[in-house]
Write a protein that binds this ligand. Sequence first.
Ligand code: UDP
Length: 248
Amino acid sequence: MESHNILGVRVDDVTLDDAVALIEGWAHEKVSPARLIVTANPEYVMAARRNSSFRKLVNSAALVTPDGVGLIYAGRLLRQPFRSRVTGVALVHALAKRSAESDLSLFLLGAAEGVAEAAAESLRKQYPGVKIAGCFAGNAAPEGDSETLEKVHEAQPHVVLVAYGMLKQDYWAARNLTKSGAALSIGVGGVFDYISGRAQLAPLWVRRIGLEWLYRLVREPRRWRRILVAVPYFGAAVLLEAARQRLR
Ligand code: UDP
């Protein structure tokens, strides 16, 4: 697997098929520590640059997929083009499909009360036979760990899909995954909101022109601080690095 270095943060150059194949293989392998998968975007990269413990966590993950479109542009500008974008939504759908055809089992952790169950219901409809070992909203903070660990341990899934948003989901996995008995986890952000229909993905044309982040910003104004700070800084840092590379 080839990895790219985006402003000091490792992002792997995988396709959706590569990622699914890796995950299926890892799901049946017990290793300690258990494997963490990160679905990265520019906000992740900026957070990792600011926070060295988070950077270590991301750089030591088993797999870091290029989820945000900003990473795809950055890869091009930094002359390390990614073969494709691998979003959390696409990954969950692909894994649900594989789960319906194999013994691969998933645990849906996080999101608001009832949302993981609604997402599970939708996956069961779309992929009859999908193995959902359990669902739990839980509490992303360390106070919630023991209750959640009990649930995951009992359900014995291969994969825990953690939907607590950036940082919280990754720290949850770093604290708990090995103890949970699951082989790996994937931080999936707001994916259960989309799959359950609580939130809507941007229309295809908006996604095609790479303005999904702007669409989300308009629909979820609470995100403005994160997006309006991270996106321009990320863009500026990438342009600066690209200019440096060309001068070298
Ligand atoms: N969430 C949660 N507990 C928390 C914080 C967030 O369950 O303490 C959920 C929230 O309901 C949403 C997801 O985590 O489903 C975060 O979505 P967001 O789109 O903000 O993810 P990000 O963009 O950070 O990956």
